[in-house]
Design a protein around this ligand. Structure first.
Ligand code: COA
Length: 690
């Protein structure tokens, strides 16, 4: 293995190079290598200064997130940063790519910072429920204004240093060779008086304003779901008020405390599980090269898919049954781009380039020209299966055919086409040009080449693709339906709709289950329910049926689970629904329980996790982490709870199992899944979580 940190001498300057690809993570070997390089620099009579530079695509993107769950290993990053800062020979950081977290902390400890244009710097720690732990909260406010420091530390998103050249995130931008510029800068500093970052106090001169800005930020972040913003603000305030080393100690103590919270564990899991879930499975062949996409019968909802494909650089042809629909879809694509231009997210030239690759035609025969065909008709199994047969009759023999479906079993849809091995499902979440999540649905006979190409195209569309085996409902809708069934059970047991919604908002969802079903309209859930009934697996509680019969189809109709007043929209419970609830309670003769918000939350989490475990039993989902990723990206599950499987793990799988067993005595809905029992035996861990 190549050395992770190398040392070379050039023109009287030590070149210290980090080489830990892909993102130069600051693991123990790199930290030790940096300490060794600093010791060598101190002893090297020929070196008057040094540059710190990185191989590969980026300056270090931070600590290895996996190390957070392992015992601390010396040398720690604060020691490395302190040693850099204490060097009597100046050290210049040469940045490119994304200098994040600990990577940017290294740079802040250096005596100067240069970057190539487009370099992004930032502190993603707040998104992981922690704070920088190697002096970031102490050094950044000494180098930039308090406003800029807080934007970076609390915002969590990296900023492009060339967009804000005067902010002080780096000292200069380098258009030419970064290393040569770094060496020249280091040579110049070698004869100057060095002021280490810790000794700088110029940004503290407006101390009153500094404290005001901190106080305002405290108010803004008062309701944050993790303690990270408050801890960052405490440290930034300490930078002004305490000696530097006391500020560093506070930062380190708070980091250690926050790192071990459930929220931080859940956020780490979300990061790693997303990376794992969205990688194509190992062992697939090289994907087929795709240039042209045909979008068949997408109607207006196909416009989002067309935009995603155009944005990825494909040529797109819209195929509709009639010219009017085809033109409306083209117009809808134009509208989406127009909105992007008016929001400053797209230039007119980029729009024109994209639209020049778009065309439409009447009839399905033109699929013969496409490499990749997406059928996006409404969710009707017969209609979709018929379209797949038509497409198969005309498509190139090696074309990959996609059915865009939210819940239908693609084996059933694809079988009559005679080309099932070329067919794959992709469940786009609307609006398809915005939503990151797609479920990639693999049929029993889908070929590995079709799977590889489906994954490659989904990735090219900048989606987060999660693999799922063909089934009804896939991961997202299965788990979400179980959530709704648990909510219905809470309502049948006596909780009001608004109590359930409030409890789940309090749990961390932006909207409660009844608010969200009213928003999306009840018809989709109703169609799924009817299909489930035909297959003998319908839910016992039939509130949706009763509401639809009463003409209550959702918020758009002004009446669903709630009644709505317009302008501004206000939801109210009403007597008609109360009567429907009582009638259903009577029909089912369900046992009444008294339910506190905590009980409602536990019920809903139990149902989601247990359904997820059933998906593992049935082989529909491969890893528990995949289920979490779908619920985090697609259904608004709170990130700081990590997804239903992780949240259950954090709550303790054994007590969760006991709760299910208790409920299952009177209602088979709660029967624990085998994968949950296994996970309990496995030491509170779903196998294959990561
Ligand atoms: N810890 C552990 N693994 C990390 C990591 C980190 N801080 N940053 C990146 N990785 C891993 C990814 O999991 C991925 O691993 P894989 O190849 O096994 O899948 C690999 O590095 C490449 O990362 P990826 O995200 O696929 O590359 P990218 O070019 O799309 O993005 C970054 C690069 C650095 C922008 C992105 O990875 C990122 O934001 N990382 C998190 C940085 C962070 O939070 N740092 C602070 C930690 S306290």
């Amino acid at each position: 293995m190549a050395e992770m940190v190398t040392y070379a001498l050039r023109e009287g300057v030590a070149v210290i190079t980090v080489n830990n690809l892909p993102v130069n993570m600051l693991n123990r070997a790199v930290r030790a290598g940096l300490i060794a390089a600093l010791e060598r620099l101190a002893d090297d009579n020929l070196a008057r200064a040094a540059v710190l530079i990185c191989k590969g695509r980026t300056f270090p993107a931070g600590a290895d997130i996996r190390d957070f769950d392992a015992p601390d290993q010396a040398p720690h990053l604060p020691e490395v940063c302190n040693a850099i800062e204490a060097s009597p020979k100046p050290i210049i950081a040469c940045l490119h790519g994304t200098a994040l977290g600990g990577g940017y902390e290294l740079a802040l400890a250096c005596h100067g910072r240069l970057a190539v244009p487009g370099t992004r710097v930032g502190f993603p720690e707040v998104n992981l429920g922690v704070l920088p732990s190697a002096g970031g909260t102490q050094r950044l406010p000494r180098l930039v204004s308090i406003e800029s420091a807080l934007a970076l530390l609390l915002g969590g998103s990296p900023v492009d240093v060339s967009a804000e050249p005067g902010a002080g995130f780096v000292d200069g931008l380098v258009e030419g060779d970064l290393l040569s510029a770094g060496i020249a800068h280091a040579q110049a500093l070698a004869t100057a008086d060095l002021v280490p970052t810790r000794a700088k106090r110029q940004t503290f001169e407006g101390a009153f304003n500094y404290q005001q800005v901190v106080a305002t930020a405290r108010e803004t972040h008062a309701g944050a779901p993790t303690r990270a913003p408050a801890a960052i603000l405490d440290c930034v305030e300490a930078a002004l008020l305490l000696p530097f080393d006391a500020g560093l100690d506070l930062e380190r103590d708070l980091f250690r405390e926050l790192r071990d919270t459930d929220e931080a564990k859940a956020l780490r899991h979300g990061f790693l599980a997303t990376r794992e879930a969205t990688k194509p499975p190992k062992g697939l062949p090289e994907p087929r090269g795709i240039h042209s996409v045909a979008l068949v019968s997408g109607g207006m909802s196909g416009a989002g898919i067309a935009v995603a494909c155009l944005d990825a650089g494909y040529t797109v042809q819209i195929l509709e049954r009639d010219g009017d629909t085809a033109q409306s879809v083209e117009a809808a694509v134009g509208d989406i781009y127009q909105r992007a231009i008016s929001r400053g997210r797209l230039s007119a030239t980029s729009r024109d380039d994209r639209l020049s690759r778009l065309s439409s035609v009447v009839g399905v025969e033109a699929v013969a020209e496409a490499d990749f065909v997406i059928e996006a008709a409404p969710e009707d199994a017969e209609v979709k299966s018929g379209i797949l047969q038509e497409i198969s009759a005309f498509a190139k023999p090696d074309a990959i055919i996609v059915t865009n479906t939210s819940h239908l079993d693609i084996d059933e849809l694809a079988e009559p086409s005679g080309r099932a091995s070329n067919i794959i499902g992709i469940h786009f979440y609307p609006p398809a040009h915005v939503h990151k999540l797609v479920e990639v649905v693999i049929g029993t006979v889908t070929s590995p080449l079709t799977e590889a190409t489906g994954f490659a195209v989904a990735t090219a569309l900048r989606k987060s693709p999660v693999r799922v085996s063909s089934s009804e409902g896939y991961i997202g809708n299965r788990v979400h339906d179980a959530y709704r069934e648990a909510a219905d059970r809470a309502v049948m047991a006596g909780a009001s709709l608004s109590a359930v919604d409030a409890a789940m908002r309090d749990f961390g969802f932006k909207t409660g289950p009844y608010e969200s079903i009213d928003r999306e309209g009840l018809e989709l859930a109703h169609t799924r329910q009817r299909r489930a009934e035909a297959q003998g697996v319908a839910p016992r509680i039939k509130l949706i049926d009763a509401l639809i019969r009463a003409g209550r189809t959702g918020q758009r109709a002004g009446r669903g689970f709630y009644s709505y007043k317009q302008d501004p929209i206000e939801a109210h419970e009403d007597e008609e629904v109360t009567a429907i609830l009582w009638a259903e309670r009577g029909r089912l003769n369900m046992e009444a329980r008294s339910l506190a918000p905590k009980d409602i939350q536990t019920d809903c989490l139990l149902a989601m996790m247990n359904e997820g475990a059933k998906l593992l039993d049935e082989g529909i989902a491969e890893r528990a982490g995949d289920i979490d990723v779908v619920m985090l990206l697609g259904f608004g599950f709170p990130r700081y709870k990590g997804g239903p499987m992780k949240a259950a793990e954090l709550a303790g799988l054994l007590p969760m199992l006991r709760e299910l067993e208790k409920r299952a005595e009177s209602d088979p809905f709660w029967t624990p899944a085998g994968a949950l029992r296994e996970a309990v035996k496995n030491g509170n861990r779903f196998s294959g979580v990561l």
